[in-house]
Design a protein around this ligand. Structure first.
Ligand SMILES: [Zn+2]
Length: 95
């Protein structure tokens, strides 16, 4: 029974110390204007543009596959590079 009292007091003291330290850190962090300058590496700056370009290449490849498989009618898909060229016939397969 005596040990439980000691453990209870220790938990109470630790939680109070944690509370006081948290308040102190909150005040300290609010006082100072913390500013972090993150410098992006050179090869990461063009990441957004590179990913856009890669996605458009993937979409064009899928559209070319659709075009050759005859999934969309020729000349009617604006994203398809084959549809941009005139007189390009669709290879239609009969499954
Ligand atoms: Zn097409």
């Amino acid at each position: 029974m005596k040990h439980l009292k000691i453990i209870g007091y220790m938990i109470l003291i630790l939680s109070l110390a944690n509370f006081v330290f948290s308040g102190y850190m909150y005040n300290e962090l609010n006082k100072k204007n913390v500013q972090v300058d993150i410098v992006l590496p050179e090869n990461l700056r063009s990441l957004a543009e590179d990913s856009k370009r890669r996605e458009s290449v993937i979409i064009q490849a899928i559209m070319v596959m659709h075009h050759t498989a005859g999934i969309h009618p020729p000349g009617q898909e604006p994203l398809c590079p084959f549809c941009q060229q005139n007189n390009l016939k669709t290879v239609r397969r009969d499954y």
